[in-house]
Design a binder for this molecule. Structure first.
Ligand code: NAD
Length: 369
């Protein structure tokens, strides 16, 4: 397999460009250390693209993404563009079309709270003495958000609004396969989250997930109703390894998971399409958080979410797993050494308050050893 890779880099707005600089420097060091190359094409997206060429997702950007092995995305949006029509806004106008265009149906959101950062989690620290490491696999292109019919009408002098939750067996099967495969690379435990006591979609979900489990006999599969899953996440997050769920439940649970992890600045995400014949996925990789306009331009944003997005990209789209692991280890080492951006800093003994660039450099130093 070629080790000369190509990615499209879409830094976007707010803190996006600031944290992207650090992520690309980390990528440079990983390339040199592990002997591969990653050509980058930098493209306009979001508010920056609206300002420059009048569209949040210019055709040149789509073309560059098409010609690449993966997309490294920063973040888009901000107060400057909030008054545009919803479909012209940076998030709706860029993220959703990219997901749709490239068929990115699987959203992988790790929720990690490192042992050294449990104080940043709102969960009682005695419940998570060793932190936690959960991976949420959310179906991203189906379910109630996209089901038809959807709309509103007048009925008996009243107004009713309706959405349709619909899942096909093939949609459930492909997302479950991604979740089982992810579990195989971790602790081999998968929780499937549904509402099978009420929803027909969930009954099918449970049946198909149980069927897919036969191909992964080493993975321990359990099923949880979504209300129970929401409770268990705050009560004992360290009991989870991988979680798989539909679009609506995944939207809510992955944000709950981000919240209990402590800081959005630590969490990457991946949106993947079909697995290729070489075992790799086309995907888009981005921090779980947004463009953080409240701290943009101040040089204090945490670059770790963007740097860990590079690690996910290397693993899932480029097949450079060794480099991915080394970047993750370097992030852990920087945190263990006491480096803290403002979102993590508490002033405790042993902590050093770091700017975006200083945190990036600490990770590069750890990676270079
Ligand atoms: P946000 O995630 O941008 O910010 C929420 C809070 O988390 C803020 O206090 C912010 O400072 C903090 N935060 C986020 N990332 C951080 C980091 N790396 N380091 C330190 N602190 C960090 O969410 P929001 O304020 O609701 O949205 C701001 C803008 O971002 C909006 O325009 C929204 O539409 C957009 N947004 C974009 C994406 C995306 O590009 N995928 C996702 C969510 C929101």
């Amino acid at each position: 397999m070629s080790r000369n890779h190509k990615i499209a880099v879409l830094a976007g707005d707010g803190i996006g460009p600031e944290v992207m600089i650090q992520a690309l420097e980390v990528l440079d060091v990983a390339c040199a250390k592990f002997g591969f190359t990653v050509q980058r094409e930098k493209c306009l997206v979001g508010g920056a693209a609206i300002d420059a060429v009048g569209s949040p997702l210019p055709q040149e950007t789509i073309t560059a993404c098409k010609n690449a092995d993966a997309i490294l995305f920063g973040s888009v949006g901000g107060p400057k563009w909030e008054n545009l029509a919803p479909d012209d806004q940076p998030e709706r106008g860029a993220l959703l079309p990219i997901r749709k265009y490239f068929g990115l149906f699987a959203n992988l959101r790790p929720g990690v709270c490192l042992p050294a950062l449990t104080h940043a989690s709102p969960v009682k620290n005695e419940l998570i003495p060793n932190g936690f490491d959960v991976l949420c696999v959310r179906e991203l292109t189906g379910g109630i958000y996209f089901g038809k019919p959807k709309g509103r009408r007048e009925e008996n002098g009243d107004i009713v609004a309706f959405d349709t939750m619909i899942y096909s067996k093939s949609e459930i099967e492909r997302i479950c396969r991604i979740a089982f495969t992810a579990a195989m690379g971790r602790d081999k435990r998968l929780v499937s989250v549904d509402k099978a006591n009420v929803l027909a979609c969930s009954v099918l979900w449970r049946e198909v997930c149980t069927e897919v489990a036969e191909d992964f006999p080493e993975v321990e599969l359990t099923h949880l109703y979504v209300d129970n899953a929401a409770m268990q996440l705050v009560k004992q997050p360290d009991s989870f390894d991988v979680m798989v769920t539909g679009n609506l439940f995944g939207d809510i649970l992955s944000d709950e998971m981000a919240m209990i992890s402590g800081s959005l600045g630590m969490l990457p995400s991946a949106s993947l399409g079909q697995q290729g014949a070489n075992g790799l996925y086309y995907g888009m990789y981005e921090p779980s958080g947004g463009s953080a306009p409240d701290i943009a331009g101040m040089g204090i944003a945490n670059p770790i979410a963007q740097i860990l997005s590079v690690a996910m990209l290397l693993r899932h789209s480029l097949g450079e797993s060794e480099a991915a692991e080394a970047i993750e280890a370097a992030v852990n080492a920087a945190i263990a050494s006491g480096m803290r951006t403002g979102d993590l800093y508490t002033g405790e003994k042993g902590e050093t308050k770091a700017t975006t660039a200083e945190m990036g450099q600490a990770i590069i130093t750890a990676l270079s050893i």
